[in-house]
Design a protein around this ligand. Sequence first.
Ligand SMILES: [Zn+2]
Length: 345
Amino acid sequence: MDRRNFIKGTAALGGTLGSVFGSGSGAGLGARLVGGLAPGALWLEAVSEAAAGPLEYNLKADLIAPGTYVVIGPTEYFSHENGGNIVNTAFVDTDDGVVVIDTGPSLRYGNELRRLIKKTINKDIVRVYITHHHPDHFLGNQAFDQDHIASLPKVISNIKAEGEAFVENMYRLEGDWMRGTQVVLPKVALKSSEIIGGHAFEVLPLGGHTSADMAILDAKTGVLFAGDLAFLDRAPTTPHADLARWHKSLGALEKIKHDVLVPGHGPAEGGGRAIAQTRDYLKWLETMMRSSIDQGLNMTDIMATPIPERFSSISVLPGEMQRSVAHLYRAMEEDLLPLVSKGGG
Ligand SMILES: [Zn+2]
């Protein structure tokens, strides 16, 4: 490798430091060190590989119930470093084949997920459920057989309406990670629950995080896939939120007997923490905003509100709270002050 390539390679590596030295591929570099190469040669080789080789998410499957695996994403914002992998996906081994829940943020992620499923279970994929139309949950669809991809009719129409704009945004945010990614619509509009390979997958048509959020209960294992109706230790996102409806959906999820809940973002666990935390945070956000607007505070003032100590385990705060204030302010203001001119505040 000549000097010019080395410099170019170093720059390329800089752009992906987060993933190159993250939990997965760091082990590969370490192994080469042990191999006894001169440090200079090692560095050149590592740089060359990173510059020329493909970006990788290094997805890992965690077993959370019999035959049930989750692929937990970092609780971060979209970035060039994480390639849009901030999301949880999951797959279930049934007698008739594999059932997948959500496909991730890109074609690249979808392909890696499909390979991970093959390596873990080695059966055909027979169903792919999409929980809602946010880009990190469905842009991996292209890696799967469209005939198998299913969601609520409203989720499908939401993807149809907004999918292209999401892809454009994701290309801006993630760059090369998105290469080749296109919108693929779910082909199956779900009207009822399904039994697949001895598992009853109960389709729960809810909403509030977006206008259509599908949760799924696997009645056989007691695993509740909540999509983005539940977040855990990662601040909920609200660009399409209807808070009153979201609370109703959380109430509905709470009533469903389950052993483990898989949130859209954050760790999967039993015990009700994801539902309780999502509800507590959204309630605090709304109450804080309404009382601030009542006191005449403007949007910038409200964004400076301190985050209560009890939310200290939640990542991407205060940033996500400030985004929510921007999303929700105008509607709440109009709600609270119907006689004030719309330009106020
Ligand atoms: Zn979402």
